[in-house]
Write a protein that binds this ligand. Structure first.
Ligand code: CA
Length: 365
């Protein structure tokens, strides 16, 4: 009791209480900034996700609400799930043309426009979420991303990170390279191109059809994301082997604005968007960590066997990845430029990752 009283007295005397009281008499520091509260700016933001899609969809909804609040409602952000204003993968073109003001999606969905766009999501055997953020923020990644997207009248921001993704669900155990030959697997992007070189037949199916295709043996395997979203899809009920990741080690989502719309905003609004994007990126990453952990229970209960691909397969996949990179670099100067930046950064940063977090994780075990 005495201790508590002494603590309270000390707190009052050291000024903590005084300072807090003082604050309430100060002017609201947000009062004088240049946001013109009487002018409500509408931002129509379309996404590639269904309504209420866990973590990614709910994340962008939270971003919109919080941006409105910190702008004192001078920015009115309305989020449209996929297919409401534009199709899921039509958001890039719609924002580029100014039909919508902004979107939330993933850059690699638009690799058909420019192969370099793959790399602003990530690449097989590439950067972790932490390394990706470092490349984007401090390694020249954002500058390259802005330069390339400017050609399409777009201004990109970080839009969240899925963290390391699992290698996927397989109906049969994979022990040798021969086990991959002719395997029908849902695996998009660079990962799919790498696996194709190992004899896998990458098959793209709409999200709603993957489960049934696995159940009926139309597919032998599928990747999706991690335990959090995979168990919602129910894959643990139709495939026994759950392989650890290699192809999407830290996929970053993108939050993208139409250039004209973005440049019409005040510097303060621009800064709020940047801050809210940083928050979105960080909190989505922590939400994936927390939800993946929770969802492991469903993986265990289904009796799934968690495995890592044999070294032989991973070595061969790494070789194939370099072939894919060489082919794309020969065809696309943009790909070559962005790859050089990202890969150089990764090779340098691996040194610290290995000495830092990797050594620590080994010590913790
Ligand atoms: Ca995936």
């Amino acid at each position: 009791m005495i201790k508590r009283r002494a603590f309270l007295k000390a707190t009052a005397l050291t000024g903590a209480g005084v300072a807090l009281t003082g604050c309430s008499h100060e002017k609201n520091p947000l009062q004088n900034i240049n946001i013109n509260k009487n002018k409500k700016i509408k931002i129509r933001l379309a996404t590639s996700w269904p309504a209420n899609f866990p973590i990614m969809g709910t994340g962008i909804e939270r971003f919109a609400k919080r941006l409105e609040i910190i702008s004192q409602h001078s920015l009115r952000v309305k989020v449209y799930p996929k297919n409401v204003l534009v199709p899921a993968l039509g958001v890039f073109d719609a924002a580029s043309a100014g039909a919508i003001d902004a979107y939330h999606s993933a850059s690699y969905f638009y690799k058909g426009k420019n192969e370099a766009f793959n790399l602003f999501t990530g690449f097989p055997f590439g950067m972790t979420a932490t390394e990706m953020n470092a490349w984007i923020d401090y390694g020249g990644g954002m500058q390259l991303w802005r330069e390339l997207y400017a050609k399409y009248n777009l201004v990109p921001f970080k839009g969240g990170n899925t963290d390391v993704q699992m290698g996927g669900w397989f109906k049969k155990e994979i022990n040798t390279l021969a086990d991959l030959k002719g395997l029908k697997m849902r695996i998009p992007g660079l990962g799919g191109e790498v696996f194709a070189k190992l004899g896998v037949k990458p098959t793209l199916l709409p999200a709603g059809e993957i489960y049934v295709a696995l159940e009926r043996n139309v597919l032998d395997a599928t990747e999706w994301l991690g335990p959090s979203l995979d168990t919602i899809m129910g894959f643990q009920k139709v495939a026994k082997y759950y392989y650890t990741g290699w192809h999407e080690p830290g996929s970053m989502l993108s939050l993208v604005f139409n250039q004209k719309k973005y440049h019409s905003l005040s510097d303060e609004h621009k800064m709020m968007i940047e801050m809210a994007s940083n928050e979105l990126n960080a909190t989505m990453n922590s939400e994936f960590q927390a939800e993946n952990t929770k969802a492991l229970k469903a993986v265990e209960e289904a009796g799934a066997v968690i495995k890592t691909f044999p070294k032989e397969i991973l070595m061969e996949a790494k070789k194939s990845m370099l072939e894919v990179v060489a082919e794309k670099s020969a065809k696309s100067a943009d790909f070559k430029k962005v790859w050089t930046s990202a890969y150089t950064f990764l090779e340098e940063n691996k040194k610290w990752t290995d000495i830092g977090i990797k050594a620590y994780l080994n010590s913790r075990d």
